[in-house]
Every structure is written in structure tokens, then in C-alpha cells.
Design a protein. Structure first.
Length: 139
């Protein structure tokens, strides 16, 4: 199997698995499933990782409740259009077999990395003005 076909097969399988996961998240709230463990980072350290609340936010986003999704994971919801654009670009490059370089693309990736680091630090500062960055304790 050629390298291109193996990449395409990977994309098809990943898309199928992502779709199945989204259907499960749509059907029930993440707190209802025993197979989904709590965040191991939070369990071990008591600190919120940058991804804490993402499954609950995805559940609410699938139900078109953007306010609740943002309340559980403000960074992921804010970056969603950028991530969708970058994933679409990568898929386009894969199927057209062209490498497209956008101006400032590397800077965008670095900016996202530093934004995630800042978000991680800010959501763990114990000040009431940063409460909106932490996922709610209720489900």
C-alpha cells in the first residue's frame, strides 16, 4: 500500500471513530458514562489541565448550547474555528498532495501553544476573577 493510500485510510478510520465518539457524546452526558474516567491530571495534582471540561463542552456544543459549552471550556470553544480551518487545510493538502504554506502559519501554531500555557496557568490561580476559566463543579 502506498504512503498516500495509508494516510487516506487513516483519515477515514479516524473520521469514523470521531463520528462514533460524537454520537456517544450526543446521546448522554459524559458524567453518565462509567467508561470515561475523571481527568487523571486533576485527580493526581488537584490542578485543572488545559483540557478539563472539553468532553462536557463538546456534549453541550452538540446540543447547540454554546453558552454552557463555553462555561465548561472557554479556550476550546474560542479556538474551534481556527482548529477547524487548520484541520481542513491539512485534509486539503493530503488529498491534493500539495503543501500550502500560509503567511504566519508557524506563528499561529506558536501563538496557540502559548495561549494554552497561559490558559493552564490562569485557570489554576485561586482568585475569584479567574473562576470563569475553571469548569463548574456540577455536571
Amino acid at each position: 500500500m502506498s504512503e498516500l493510500n495509508s494516510h487516506r485510510l487513516f483519515v477515514v478510520i479516524a473520521t469514523f471513530l470521531a463520528g462514533a465518539a460524537l454520537m456517544v457524546l450526543y446521546q448522554g452526558h459524559p458524567s453518565e458514562y462509567r467508561l470515561i474516567p475523571p481527568c487523571p491530571f486533576y485527580y493526581l495534582t488537584g490542578l485543572y489541565c488545559p483540557g478539563c471540561g472539553t468532553l462536557r463542552a463538546t456534549h453541550y456544543l452538540l446540543h447547540c448550547n454554546i453558552t454552557a459549552a463555553f462555561r465548561h471550556q472557554p479556550l476550546a470553544i474560542s479556538l474551534l474555528p481556527v482548529v477547524i480551518f487548520l484541520l481542513g487545510k491539512k485534509l486539503y493538502e493530503l488529498y491534493r498532495q500539495k503543501n500550502i504554506r500560509l503567511p504566519y502559519e508557524v506563528s499561529v501554531y506558536w501563538g496557540i501553544f502559548f495561549l494554552i500555557c497561559f490558559f493552564f496557568a490562569a485557570r489554576n490561580i485561586q482568585l475569584t476573577s479567574f473562576d470563569w476559566l475553571r469548569p463548574p463543579l456540577y455536571y
